[in-house]
Design a protein around this ligand. Structure first.
Ligand SMILES: Nc1ncnc2c1ncn2[C@@H]1O[C@H](COP(=O)(O)OP(=O)(O)OP(=O)(O)O)[C@@H](O)[C@H]1O
Ligand SMILES: [Mg+2]
Length: 361
């Protein structure tokens, strides 16, 4: 594409065609066509940014040409020219994809040039969007491939973990045992990375059911309680028993809770002062709210949003993938909800989840 926009003028009257050409030449690369059929042929052959289309033409009407052009991919921007205030036809043309129209004879040449320029800009933007979409498609293929590779790796890694555990249970030298422990720990690390990447690359799962959020919290705490208690973490639950049921994916909401609880666990682990994880639920007409708060080091205010981005982690290399919160955010978004973090002196770090209340379907 040149720096000048390319414009095709379509009009059956020589005089009109030529005067439009004179107004536009210099600023644009201008071509002309004397009939609708000719215009369609030209647009098939060459990519124009803007087509200036007369509505009334003897062979096929401007409207028909517009429809044909707009079916092509990529299609140029089209503006209509109407001889006498045929406003209805012009409006109809806008519905069919024209971006603007002008009445002829023109009173104001600048206005005409401006409308054409606007079309050239629109076309430029559209082709940039086109490129972006193509890039995104490519990225999603890469994501797909990554998830296939991860699936392939999952089985051999499980093998490494299994065999190293078996060897560790046998009599052997301490040096060998040490190395085996390292092999085992590293393989577990791989497994965790694979699991996280897989759930990050997974397709949205639409298995929603009519569930009680408090139940999911209690089941999740059952899972984690033992680990938390081992590190002297106190769990305080304040669940509103009247929280209504809603449509949600049980496993996904549980995954979000596990991610946040694991983060809280990790944050408080080596803390000397009291370690408390408090989980609260409440609701209003629209939403159910869950807050998960922990004592522990605060998150700086300027990091409160960044922590939800993929791969952001402050854990030492190898300890975290930085995907936990981004997966959680995606899940909550897929539930049309919201998740955010607060961090306040005296209150600790708090994650708040809002889930809209949906009727059973
Ligand atoms: N409760 C918390 N207290 C303090 N910082 C937190 C808390 N939860 C999350 N963070 C911060 O947010 C970062 C990102 O969390 P996220 O769960 O996305 O990844 P991660 O925990 O680092 O890695 P992974 O979840 O893979 O183990 C953490 O590294 C930490 O810096
Ligand atoms: Mg995490």
């Amino acid at each position: 594409m040149g720096t000048k926009g390319s414009v095709l003028i379509v009009d059956d009257e020589l005089g009109a065609r030529e005067s439009m050409r004179m107004i536009l030449k210099g600023k644009f690369d201008v071509s002309t066509a004397e009939s609708g059929m000719k215009a369609i042929e030209l647009v098939k052959e060459k990519q124009y940014d803007v087509v200036v289309l007369d509505i009334r033409m003897p062979d096929i009407s401007g409207i028909e040409v517009l429809e044909k052009i707009k079916q092509m991919d990529p299609s140029p921007e089209v503006m209509m020219v109407t001889a006498y205030a045929a406003l209805d036809t012009a409006k109809n043309a806008m519905r069919l994809g024209a971006y603007d129209y002008i009445e002829k004879p023109f009173k104001n040449f600048d206005e005409f040039r401006e409308i054409v320029s606007k079309g050239v800009e629109r076309k430029l933007k559209a082709s940039k969007t086109h490129q972006l979409v193509a890039q995104l498609e490519k990225l999603s293929t890469i994501g797909q491939m990554a998830s296939e590779i991860m699936h392939e790796l999952a089985a051999p890694i499980t093998g490494v973990i299994g065999y190293s555990e078996f060897l560790l249970s046998q009599e052997c030298d301490d040096i060998i045992k040490d190395s085996l422990k390292k092999i085992n720990a590293e393989a577990e690390r791989c497994q965790k990375i694979i699991k996280n990447i897989l759930s990050f690359a997974r397709k949205p799962d639409d298995g929603k059911n009519y569930v009680n959020i408090n139940d999911i919290i209690i089941k999740t705490i059952d899972l984690k309680e033992h680990h938390l208690k081992l590190d002297n973490i106190k769990i305080v639950l304040d669940l509103n028993q009247n929280v209504p049921k809603t449509m949600a994916n049980y496993n996904e909401i549980q995954q979000v809770l596990v991610n946040i609880i694991n983060n809280a666990h990790y944050a408080m682990k080596s803390q000397k002062t009291e370690k408390v994880l408090s989980i609260k639920t409440w609701f209003d007409f629209e939403n159910i709210y869950i807050s998960l708060a922990n004592t522990g080091p605060l998150i700086p205010q300027d990091k409160l949003e960044i922590i939800f981005e993929p791969y952001y982690t402050t854990k030492k290399t190898g300890n975290g993938t930085g995907l936990g919160l981004s997966i959680s955010k995606r899940i909550i978004n897929e539930h049309d909800g919201r998740i955010y973090a607060e961090s306040k002196e005296g209150e600790g770090v708090k994650f708040i989840i809002e889930l809209p209340i949906f009727n059973e379907i």
